[in-house]
Write a protein that binds this ligand. Sequence first.
Ligand code: G3H
Ligand code: 13P
Ligand code: NA
Ligand code: ZN
Length: 328
Amino acid sequence: ALVSLRQVLDHAAENGYGVPAFNVNNLEQIHAIMEAAQETDSPVILQASAGARQYAGEPYLRHMVLAAAEMHPDIPIVLHQDHGATPAVCQQSIRSGFTSVMMDGSLREDAKTPADYDYNLRVTRLVCDFAHAVGVSVEGELGCLGSLETGEAGEEDGVGAEGKLDHSQLLTDPVQAKDFVERTGVDALAIAIGTSHGAYKFTRQPTGDILAIDRIAEIHAAIPDTHLVMHGSSSVPQEWLAIIRANGGDIAETYGVPVEEIIRGIKSGVRKVNIDTDIRLAMTGAMRQLFNEKRSEFDPRKALLAAKKAARGICKQRFEAFGCAGMA
Ligand code: G3H
Ligand code: 13P
Ligand code: NA
Ligand code: ZN
């Protein structure tokens, strides 16, 4: 059944685990996540960006998720709007049946320019007003995602600030977080602690101090009833990079957030862990490998099945590592 984000994350908080929130755009990704959840008995957060809705078409996306709920009646599923750039986008999602929306007021409407605090407060409070009135959860964001190593927001074409960010923008302030939560009423808060979107997060193998894990605990202590969200949580698996490269792909040296660091984050209070890039990399690696090794193959289902299996493997590992397994 479709449930709210608040419902799933309250259970996660009571039981001390984290829930991966996987981005979905198509049938194979939804299959992969649901099969992994069924296999491990895990609750599910399916999140769709504005780009996903544009790619799939809003009714297709809605009906695919409803089909997932029908096929897996025992698995709680949150349908979440990822990075809503305006209150209007959030309102469209609610009309479309989403049970949770993110109002990302850390950036202006262009999803590129860092916004001032008053703007963020105003748009997030507005979304909380109309979403809560119909039982839909709200995620806000405070601080700007970006690498503490490079000051870059990451991803060029997606969500993220343009140009260099300064250190103070890259870390969410616990005192401001408390004020923000009191004045908006958000259910969940995305925080900046040194992660960034996309495949190019870190130029070196990250060690234990690459993320501001201590900051998570400080924010959690300030707003214990608000669920913390870690964006940019892909681990960028080196084994999938190797498969992509061995099969004609060209991806420069890069590193993601190690799963052990995410687990430290969950122990410090993170409840929702956003993952998109890892599924993209695994699916691309599997499809490249399939077509490279079977050069006469032209049934797309063969490649898509390999891609689904690869994505399912990522999902299963994350459900297990984050303590989700058995919690559905
Ligand atoms: O935060 C961005 C997500 O990875 C979604 O990316 O806008 O390309 O769908 P997208
Ligand atoms: P990744 O690019 O690290 O997968 O992050 C996804 C994300 O934060 C979606 O909101
Ligand atoms: Na989100
Ligand atoms: Zn994000």
